[in-house]
Design a protein around this ligand. Sequence first.
Ligand SMILES: NC(=O)c1ccc[n+]([C@@H]2O[C@H](COP(=O)([O-])OP(=O)(O)OC[C@H]3O[C@@H](n4cnc5c(N)ncnc54)[C@H](O)[C@@H]3O)[C@@H](O)[C@H]2O)c1
Length: 87
Amino acid sequence: MRILVTGGAGFIGSHLVEKLLAAGHKVAILDDFNDFYDPQIKHANIAAIAKDVTVHHLDLRDSASVSPYSVPASNKARRLAAWSSNT
Ligand SMILES: NC(=O)c1ccc[n+]([C@@H]2O[C@H](COP(=O)([O-])OP(=O)(O)OC[C@H]3O[C@@H](n4cnc5c(N)ncnc54)[C@H](O)[C@@H]3O)[C@@H](O)[C@H]2O)c1
């Protein structure tokens, strides 16, 4: 199955992607690598699996850019992207 994981470079998302790959799925990540915390941590989260996934560096809120990667382009989507701000 092809599965899109939004927020897939994040803490939970990257672990989910690892599990999905191990289960034999084709996985794509959609993540904007925002600076809510150090984006290098997010790149490190997926460094070991980067060769096995397609990474779309996009903001979910940019619907025009995101729409080609949405369901049904993937069979399923797992949504873990989130953003919070203190401002
Ligand atoms: N970590 C926890 O203990 C916990 C507990 C309960 C709920 N949650 C929820 O689970 C989800 C994931 O948590 P996490 O700890 O993995 O957070 P995280 O911040 O590590 O991961 C979220 C990812 O989403 C990406 N993202 C945010 N906004 C985006 C946007 N507009 N477009 C594309 N990508 C975007 C971020 O760059 C980040 O990589 C969140 O909704 C969080 O509130 C987490």
